[in-house]
Design a protein around this ligand. Structure first.
Ligand SMILES: [Mg+2]
Length: 233
């Protein structure tokens, strides 16, 4: 028997979290604001741009606006406080799982030709916290996160490397799909040669996402589910 029939290649689906799998009433953004005020003793002076960005990138920008370079020590301190605030915010105001997700993920996780990973700007523990609160954490066994990288393209590379390490010979670089709600998700997917699926559940205008030319664009993951069922059989 040939090796490929013992270890068939699988499709790797890499999911963004915020605006794609769930929405959390700015639980993360509010946590950042709370910790920022604890650290700097005043509210931030610049706009907090969260969509499609990484936690490392967001904090780097916030610290730079205060004339400070973000050290690893600053980052670790900030994130440990952030995780406590995030947990508290999610307990007070639970996150909402977006349409289609509770049908799609069980189906995909039962599919022998599919591996499920994360591609998120959240720090690893922040991602776990959000997914645990919504009962989705057990679906994902690898991913790329926003702990180390300020640029989402680098997070995509981390996610692809994690998929390869997890799947070994079953990893197929030509069968990777990145699913997310922002232009950054589409561009970072393209940076690793993946197909891209954009969803409109994160509040980004369809025209803006369409201009980035994803392979598929869906109102939500109910429609995404139909496309993936056709694609994967
Ligand atoms: Mg998102």
């Amino acid at each position: 028997m040939q090796a490929h029939s013992i270890n068939p290649k699988v499709a790797t689906l890499l999911f963004d979290i915020d605006g794609t799998l769930l929405i959390s009433q700015r639980a993360g953004g509010r946590a950042i604001d709370t910790v920022f005020e604890q650290v700097f003793g005043r509210p931030r002076s610049i706009e907090l741009r969260l969509h499609g960005r990484t936690d490392r990138g967001i904090l780097t920008e916030l610290f730079e606006a205060e004339g400070r370079q973000l050290s690893d020590q600053d980052f670790d301190y900030f994130i440990s406080s952030y995780l406590r605030e995030l947990e508290r915010n999610l307990q007070q105001q639970p996150a909402t799982v977006l349409p289609g997700v509770t049908e799609l993920l069980p189906w995909l996780s039962e599919h022998p030709g599919v591996a499920l990973g994360l591609l998120t700007g959240n720090v690893r523990q922040g991602a776990r916290t959000k997914l645990k609160h919504t009962g989705l954490d057990h679906y994902f066994s690898f991913g790329g996160y926003g702990d180390r990288h300020a640029q989402r393209d680098d997070v995509a590379r981390e996610a692809a490397a994690a998929a390869q390490a997890h799947l070994e010979q079953r990893y197929c670089p030509a069968s990777v799909v990145v699913i997310g709600d922002t232009v950054h998700d589409i561009t970072c997917g393209r940076a690793i040669g993946a197909k891209t699926m954009a969803v409109l559940t994160g509040g980004i205008a369809e025209a803006e996402l369409a201009a980035a030319q994803p392979d598929w664009i869906c109102p939500d993951l109910r429609a995404g589910f139909s496309i993936l069922q056709h694609l994967l059989g």
